[in-house]
Design a protein around this ligand. Structure first.
Ligand SMILES: Nc1nc2c(ncn2[C@@H]2O[C@H](COP(=O)(O)OP(=O)(O)OP(=O)(O)O)[C@@H](O)[C@H]2O)c(=O)[nH]1
Ligand SMILES: [Zn+2]
Length: 368
């Protein structure tokens, strides 16, 4: 009974009868060991906002003293329990993987309206992100809002350049490749010159990511929450974003980079699926050196023959989705924009294959 009292009863959000249950946004917080993820979570939880945020600290048991104190100082010995934090935030700490934690959380639906999921420093955020697409049941309750990665301004460069055995991408680079927002933290520890190098390296990997620089992970909450990085409700915004992407140059021969192209015309849907599957699954396309292209993140806006709406393409590792957006095609001819983040990418080769296999007869004129 005591325990019951510890679990705060807040007013359910979905209290209006007749309305469909609202999906809860999930933000994944990644970042190399010690970069400042927990500091960021603590900051978000104590900042003034009117959200009730549930926090999942991955591998809580093995976590740092700071992580423990977050939970312990707020609510005593409770473990895997609901804790009420300042601002009415709720915190659920789990040892388990994120999926189980979110499932548990969803049983408490109505008590929170945002989920922050901290992954361990070495985690591949792609694997965590994928579960939102693969698990249909989970997908109806929550949606992935964005992937945030925290980078240590002092050690980040070293971590991003760390060489791995042939064919492997280091964890820090993978996290940057998948991020929608990169927070370069601990700027107090570096000189301008060093900071510039970190920023340039992050940009060289991911031409799409928004970059912020912080001390003690102090960010504007609106830069972190409600990014809508994966949903297709605002197709116009994504088009705008994709237009701004510039291709990047790798900072090391084998490192990850961003390739992008624009092609006008309507696409054949089946052919696009084949193209994507050949690229993501079969790894059929190679660069000039004969190395297979490997894509970690894929984004795009495409035009299918016979569809008046723009279609959004989202890919994380081997999973991808094509979703119609509410946005109508206004420009004519239709411009397909694709952004690829990965290894061994050759934009020209990709674009040639795309034009010859996916674009329907007609214009077939390449832009950019
Ligand atoms: N100098 C400095 N130290 C910071 C800053 N932000 C965080 N720290 C310190 O860096 C250490 C690691 O921060 P955490 O937030 O625990 O990092 P984390 O990414 O959660 O670490 P793990 O969960 O162990 O991977 C702590 O001692 C923080 O106090 C900063 O901007 N400047
Ligand atoms: Zn942490």
């Amino acid at each position: 009974m005591e325990e019951e009292d510890d679990c705060p009863e807040l007013v359910p959000i979905d209290s209006q009868p007749g309305l469909p249950a609202r999906q809860i946004p999930v933000t994944i917080i990644t970042g190399y060991l010690g970069a400042g993820k927990t500091t960021l979570l603590n900051y978000i939880l104590t900042e003034q906002h009117n959200k009730r945020i549930a926090v999942i600290l991955n591998e809580f048991g093995e976590g740092s003293a700071l992580e423990k104190s977050l939970a312990v100082s707020q609510a005593g010995e409770l473990y895997e329990e609901w804790l009420e934090l300042r601002n009415g935030c709720l915190c659920c700490s789990v040892k388990d993987n994120g999926l189980k934690a979110i499932e548990n959380l969803m049983e408490k639906k109505g008590k929170f309206d945002y989920i922050l999921l901290e992954t361990t420093g070495l985690a591949d955020p792609g694997a965590v992100a994928s579960m939102f697409w693969v698990d249909a049941e989970l997908g109806s309750d929550v949606y992935l809002d964005g992937i945030v990665t925290v980078i240590d301004a002092k050690y980040g460069l070293q971590q991003l350049k760390e060489e791995k055995a042939e064919g492997l991408v280091n964890e820090a680079s993978r996290q940057v490749a998948l991020a929608d927002l990169a927070i370069i933290n601990k700027t107090d520890l570096v000189e301008e010159e060093e900071l510039n190098q970190v920023r340039d390296t992050v940009r060289s990997i991911n031409g799409l990511v928004k970059i912020l620089e912080t001390q003690r992970s102090r960010v504007d909450l609106c830069d972190v929450l409600d990014l809508h990085s994966f949903d297709c409700q605002d197709g116009a915004k994504l088009t705008e974003k994709l237009q701004l992407v510039t291709p990047t140059r790798p900072h090391l021969d084998k490192s990850i980079l961003t390739a992008t192209f624009e092609v006008t015309g309507d696409l054949c849907e089946d052919a696009l699926n084949t193209f994507i599957q050949d690229l993501l699954w079969e790894k059929k396309f190679c660069n000039k050196a004969g190395e297979p292209m490997s894509v970690i993140r894929l984004k795009g806006i495409v035009s299918f023959a016979g569809k008046v709406h723009q279609v959004m393409l989202q890919g994380v590792h081997e999973l991808y989705e094509l979703n119609e957006t509410p946005q109508l095609w206004e420009e004519n001819p239709h411009t397909n924009r694709l952004v690829f983040i990965g290894k061994n990418l050759d934009k020209n080769i990709l674009q040639e294959i795309f034009i010859s296999t996916v674009v329907m007869d007609g214009v077939k004129k390449a832009g950019v």
